[in-house]
Write a protein that binds this ligand. Structure first.
Ligand code: FES
Length: 627
């Protein structure tokens, strides 16, 4: 199915009966969805320009949020309208978040705003001869009347007499925990926070209004630590060199400060009105941000140095917000499962589900959480950077000109990001290409490429001929080595979820939902991912995409103390699985190198569609060999 979004003019391919919101998330289209697709907020309103007959009937929930007039005009809720054919959809300005698309946004469930930092407006009685109480005692007594026992920070004590009198005995106090950390004359309700997701490759920052919960600005940048090494292990190696930790810490602190500065410039908010920063990241990124030695993480038994959540003074960390501001760092689970995984669990609420959910956060390291309620298992697999386009001959990140999807019918057809001439192929395109080659019998289940097809040259399978490409010089090909890289990456992921399925004693049909998180995950075609065995074979309608939920979880921990406690609880309760220590690890991995799997019974649908073609090709190949 194809959804075209206006005014962007962007086409997004989705599977039958996905929602328009699914399509928007996949296409990184700016569409508000504050309730996370639960039909509660009414923010995801879109106008159907063409193809209204290709949508599910108007639901009761839509009738609640949309007036008769709007329904007549073609409005629908994107989270409820399921697509059964091609549609053209317009997004009205009122349904935009206004957020820059540099960052892949993730869903965020509704929550009650109750930030760790508070502001209180206080009116005090003037000091008189009859009541010459000291200023600090006067202030604390007044606060005690509402049941709060607070202390005064030294900086507050210094400015208290002047601020009280300048404000005519009306002041605003900023409270962190049990301490008044700042006072301002008069009523000054502005209270902001900043959430940060430190990825190995990218850092994303979100400016949030802590009194309303509104997201004011989001932006991302490449993690500058990348100059010290592309992946976690090379960063840790650098950390072991003289001054290595210091260099890496300074680089990430500087990056966060520049994201804060940018957000403040654009929104015209003074950085000292930001009182708290919440941080999520994988365990190595977490340690390097804090300046903690990460050198023991890569060695068995892979222990993190710090697992608990932490509160640190912003000034001590060199983070440029209010000088008395707080940095809250979410907890870690294990050496290779950090606060970013906890944030994803928090945002997807899988710990509240009664049936089996599988959450896969795809990346260079893929975290897989599987289970329900208090029975959630989690593991991390080294899926490597193939899906980010690395180690692939003409691989590239998901940027302009990347082939992002591909199909083989009579000939090859493909789509590129921003409809530009192809410059290379990104992860979703690679998964599609290999799935299609397998489906039509250009490769076999062992990933071996047959040379009979007109698109198979000495170099490999040609996705785009040179005259079609941006440089006009080189064909864009998938080589035999590229296929091997993808086999290893998908085998790592498949081994992870299969071992956890074995642990829970469940089979594919027991899985209620597969939730794909992560920037790359937003673009993959689930049918292709199932064809190569990266995902279990489930109904495609059971696969949903939630975007970058690590950032969502960081924002949630910033806005709500309860969510922060839940994050700590998740860290304590999930069962970490160290895959390498599992008895069946080697065997599972070897079996998973086949596509979709050495045991085709696990993939009855896929097997049916490829068996006949592959046997024909094998027959032809054997005949050729014999002759
Ligand atoms: S109603 Fe909230 S996302 Fe649709």
């Amino acid at each position: 199915m194809n959804v075209k979004f206006l005014p962007e003019g962007k086409h997004v391919s989705i599977v039958f009966e996905s929602t328009i919101l699914d399509a928007a998330l996949r296409g990184n289209i700016d569409l508000a969805s504050e309730c996370g697709g639960e039909a509660l907020c009414g923010r995801c309103q879109v106008i159907i320009v063409e193809g209204s007959e290709n949508l599910s009937p108007i639901s009761e929930e839509e009738k609640k949020h949309l007036t008769n007039e709007k329904l007549r005009m073609g409005f629908r809720l994107a989270c409820r309208a399921k697509v059964t054919g091609d549609v053209v959809v317009k997004i009205p300005i009122s349904s935009r978040t206004g957020i820059q698309k540099l960052v892949v946004m993730g869903i965020e469930p509704p929550l009650i705003i109750d930030a760790h930092i508070k502001k209180a407006y206080i009116e005090l009685a003037k000091s008189t001869l009859d009541d010459p109480t000291a200023d600090d005692i006067r202030l604390l007594k007044k606060i005690k009347q509402v049941g709060l026992e607070l202390k005064i920070d030294y900086g507050v004590a210094k400015k208290l007499p002047d601020v009280l009198r300048d404000g005519g005995w009306k002041i605003t106090a900023t409270i962190i925990g049990e301490k008044i950390v700042d006072i301002e004359a008069g009523d000054s309700p502005a209270l902001y926070g900043f959430a940060v997701d430190i990825g190995t490759t990218k850092v994303a920052g979100f400016l949030v209004d802590l009194s309303t919960g509104e997201l004011l600005h989001a932006s991302g940048m490449i993690n500058p630590q990348i100059s010290f090494g592309e992946d976690v292990i090379s960063r840790i190696s650098h950390a072991m060199e003289k001054d290595g930790i210091k260099e890496l810490q300074e680089a990430i602190v500087e990056a966060i400060n520049s994201l804060i500065e940018k957000a403040c410039d654009i929104t015209d908010i003074h950085r000292e009105k930001i009182y708290e920063v919440s941080i999520v990241g994988n365990t190595a990124m977490h340690h390097l941000f804090l300046g903690v030695n990460p050198e023991y993480i890569p060695f068995s038994p892979y222990p993190p140095a710090i697992a608990h959540s932490l509160n640190v003074d912003a000034a001590e960390m060199g983070i440029k917000i209010h000088p008395k501001g707080n940095i809250h760092v979410l907890p870690n689970i294990a050496g290779f499962v950090g606060g970013d995984a906890i944030a994803c669990i928090l945002a997807t609420r899988i710990y509240e589900k009664d049936d089996l959910h599988m959450l896969i956060d795809l990346g260079t390291n893929t975290e897989i959480a599987f289970g329900y309620r208090d029975n959630i298992f989690i593991c991390s697999t080294a899926s490597g950077p193939a899906f980010e386009g690395a180690h692939i001959k003409q691989g590239m990140r998901a940027a302009t000109g990347a082939i992002s999807s591909m199909k083989i019918d009579k000939d090859v057809s493909f789509e590129t990001i921003d409809d530009a001439k192809p410059r290379g192929i990104c992860g979703s395109g690679i998964v599609d290409a290999i799935a299609e080659m397998l489906r039509v019998g250009i490769i076999d289940t062992a990933g071996e490429m047959f040379h009979e097809h007109p698109r198979v040259t000495e170099q490999g399978f040609v996705v785009a001929w040179k005259h079609e490409t941006a440089n006009g010089k080189d064909d864009i090909v998938i080589t035999q080595k590229d296929i091997r890289e993808v086999q290893k990456a998908k085998a790592a992921i498949q081994t992870g979820w299969r071992i956890m399925m074995n642990k829970l004693g469940v089979v594919e049909r027991d899985i209620k939902k597969i939730i794909i998180a992560g920037a790359f995950g937003s673009f993959i075609n689930p049918a292709s991912a199932e064809t190569i065995g990266m995902l279990p074979e489930v109904a495609l309608s059971a696969v949903t995409f939630v975007g970058n939920t690590a950032g969502s979880g960081a924002r949630m921990a910033l806005k709500s103390q309860e969510e922060r406690l839940k994050a700590d609880e998740i860290a304590r309760k999930v069962h970490y699985v160290e895959l390498a220590a599992e008895e069946d690890f080697q065997m599972e991995y070897i079996n998973a190198l086949s596509m979709p799997h050495a045991n085709l019974d696990y993939y009855p649908q896929v097997a049916n569609s490829i068996k006949a073609r592959i046997s024909k090709v094998l027959l032809r190949k054997n005949k050729n060999l014999a002759s």
